[in-house]
Write a protein that binds this ligand. Structure first.
Ligand code: CTP
Ligand code: CA
Length: 228
C-alpha cells in the first residue's frame, strides 16, 4: 500500500474535505455543538495529500495540527462551512466528514442572555434548520464526486443507504457510533462503505490513519480517469 501512495494515486486531483463539529452561536458566550473531534477528516486529508492530491480541508473548531501540504480553512458555523466549501470548488472529490449541526438558534443574541431574576422558570430556544452542505455540493453545477459519512447508533446500514440515495451521493461511509471504542471521539474506527450500486465493503476496526489510507485508496479506484 505504501508504494501505491508513493506512486501518487491522486496526483493531479483536488480533494475537498470538511471535518470537525460546527458551532452555532446562542449569544456571544454560548453555542450549540457536538462531540466530533475531527480526527477522521484530518486523517483523510493527510492520506489524500500523501497520495499526491491537492487537498483543501475546511475545519470546524478542533484541536488538531494541520497535516503537511494541506490547505486548511477554519470556520465556525455550518453556514460558514458551506460558504468555504463552495468557494473551494471545483474539486474532483468532496469528502463530507464534518459533524454539521443540524439546527442553529433562530437568532444569535448580540449581548449575553441574562436570567430573569424574578423567576425560576426555564427557557425556550427556537432552532431553525441549517443548510445541508453535502446535499448542496452534490446538486451543485460544479458537482464533485461526493462521499458522505453516516454516523448512526442503530439500523446503521439502512440509514446509510437512505442518505446515499436521498443526498445523491457516490459513496457513503457508515459508522456505528453506539460502540464506545470506535467512532466520534476515539482514535480507532470501523466502517462500512456503500457505493451507488449498493455494493458494500466492511473495513474492520483499525486506527483512523490506517482506515483513512484504505478509504482514500478505494475512492481513488472509483474516480473516472483524468483527461490526458
Ligand atoms: N451533512 C451536511 N450538512 C448537514 C448535515 C449533514 O453536509 N447540515 C453531511 C455530513 O457531513 C455527513 C452526511 O451529511 O457526511 C450525513 O450526516 P448525518 O448527520 O449522518 O445525516 P443527516 O442528513 O443530518 O440526518 P440525521 O442527523 O437526521 O441522521
Ligand atoms: Ca445530522
Amino acid at each position: 500500500a505504501a508504494e501505491c501512495f508513493a506512486l501518487g494515486l491522486l496526483a493531479g486531483r483536488h480533494v475537498l474535505i470538511n471535518a470537525g463539529p460546527t458551532r452555532e452561536a446562542i449569544d456571544p458566550v454560548r453555542y450549540i455543538s457536538n462531540y466530533s473531534s475531527g480526527k477522521m477528516g484530518f486523517a483523510l486529508a493527510e492520506a489524500a495529500a500523501e497520495a499526491g492530491a491537492r487537498v483543501t480541508l475546511v475545519a470546524g473548531p478542533v484541536n488538531l495540527t494541520t497535516p503537511p501540504r494541506v490547505e486548511r480553512i477554519d470556520v465556525v458555523s455550518a453556514r460558514d462551512m458551506l460558504a468555504a466549501c463552495e468557494m473551494a470548488l471545483p474539486a474532483d472529490v468532496f469528502i463530507a466528514s464534518a459533524a454539521v449541526a443540524d439546527y442553529r438558534p433562530a437568532e444569535a443574541a448580540d449581548a449575553k442572555l441574562k436570567k430573569d431574576p424574578g423567576s425560576d422558570s426555564g427557557m425556550q430556544l427556537e432552532l431553525v434548520r441549517n443548510p445541508d452542505i453535502l446535499a448542496t455540493l452534490a446538486a451543485h453545477a460544479q458537482r464533485p464526486w461526493c462521499v458522505g459519512f453516516a454516523a448512526e447508533t442503530h439500523d446503521v446500514l439502512s440509514y446509510a443507504r437512505d442518505k446515499l440515495q436521498r443526498k445523491n451521493l457516490d459513496l457513503i461511509i457508515a459508522n456505528d457510533v453506539s460502540q464506545p471504542d470506535i467512532g466520534f471521539n476515539s482514535d480507532d474506527n470501523s466502517v462500512t462503505l456503500i457505493d451507488r450500486s449498493l455494493h458494500q465493503q466492511h473495513l474492520p476496526q483499525a486506527s483512523k490513519s490506517k482506515l483513512a489510507r484504505e478509504i482514500i485508496h478505494l475512492i481513488a479506484g472509483y474516480l473516472p480517469a483524468q483527461p490526458e
